[in-house]
Ligand binder design. Structure first.
Ligand code: ATP
Ligand code: MN
Length: 294
């Protein structure tokens, strides 16, 4: 087989990860609302700012972020805000009561609680983001404008969650994305904040390992590499293990996808070695990448 033939072969349209979505970063409805700033929007802004739990956070939101939240309320994804769940480097996560559109997505009668991930346009570390963006075909043509980068990032997280879900990986169900805000299923049943795998006593590490490595394989078969997988980005939801934080996940075509996958395998295998399992990074990598064994 000649080299050029092989090249054509791997570029086959059917190979996973090729069917990337166009990521549109033109002005959102939220940007238009923020520019218009009608009275209703101003009142909404005031109402959120007045809400007790929201006081501190509200001061860090800019007009366009308020407008994005306003749009999500109007579209029925959010009904009322709860408190912050997590304050991260690039984004804050809040709990909220979902609206009817959120109930529809989950096929529920009652409005479910939702998680609202709000990326900060200004505080984001764009150097970190670029390493994941450059080389992802879905990001071709995205410029260096901060707003566009963050917006593309949030859309990528949504698309990654959707792709993972379709591939049979348990992730939070994505519901809506508006500018720098992502709404998804809230994890953690009844008792307070959802626990990370790192925070719980793992009673059956063999089973947990088998579930996670199967998730990794399904993700890889669907053309994605998580890129930040570890016990900190797996949540215990009742009896289920749920993979979160797919913003940085890249397609298998990304120039660094192999490096990211090897790092993911190392993190996961190392965690389970600490749980007493006899597993190696290499055998996990082989399991994840072996597409002949199903
Ligand atoms: P970090 O830098 O801490 O990893 P991040 O910006 O990458 O944060 P995530 O990892 O997606 O963001 O979320 C941060 C934390 O928020 C999670 O560790 C988890 O505790 C909580 N969280 C995120 N998504 C959800 C969700 N859908 N349901 C419940 N809690 C969530
Ligand atoms: Mn995380």
């Amino acid at each position: 087989m000649t080299e050029s033939f092989e090249l054509v072969d791997t570029e086959d349209i059917d190979s996973p990860g090729d069917e990337w979505e166009e990521i549109d970063v033109t002005d959102t409805e939220a940007d238009r609302i923020a520019r218009r700033r009608d009275r209703e929007f101003s009142e909404f802004r005031k109402r959120i700012k007045d809400a007790d739990q929201f006081k501190v956070e509200a001061s860090v939101f800019d007009d366009a972020t308020f407008a994005a939240l306003y749009k999500l309320v109007q579209d029925g994804y959010i009904d009322a805000f709860g408190g912050p769940i997590s304050t991260g480097k690039e984004a804050n996560v809040y709990s909220a009561l979902g609206g009817t559109a959120a109930a529809d997505v989950l096929d529920l009668e009652d409005n479910p609680e939702v998680a609202v991930k709000v990326y900060r346009i200004n505080a984001s570390d764009f150097r970190d983001m670029r390493g994941y963006l450059d080389g992802d075909p879905r990001f071709e043509g995205i410029g260096h404008d901060k707003k566009q980068i963050v917006q593309a990032w949030v859309r990528k997280e949504y698309a990654n969650l959707e792709r993972a879900r379709k591939a049979g990986v348990r992730v939070p169900v994505p519901m809506a994305v508006e500018r720098n805000v992502l709404v998804m299923e809230l994890l953690g049943l009844d008792t307070g904040r959802a626990k990370r795998l790192s925070e719980v006593h793992v009673e059956n590490p063999e089973t947990a390992y088998e579930v996670i490595r199967e998730y990794m394989r399904r993700l890889y078969d669907a053309g994605l590499v998580h890129g930040d997988l570890s016990e900190y980005n797996v949540i215990l939801h009742g009896e289920e293990l749920v993979v979160i934080d797919l913003g940085q996940a890249v397609t298998v075509h990304h120039p660094n996808s192999r490096e990211f996958l090897e790092r993911d395998c190392h993190n996961v295998a190392a965690f389970f070695r600490r749980q007493g399992l006899d597993v190696t990074d290499e055998e996990l990598l082989a399991f994840v990448t072996d597409d002949t064994s199903d």
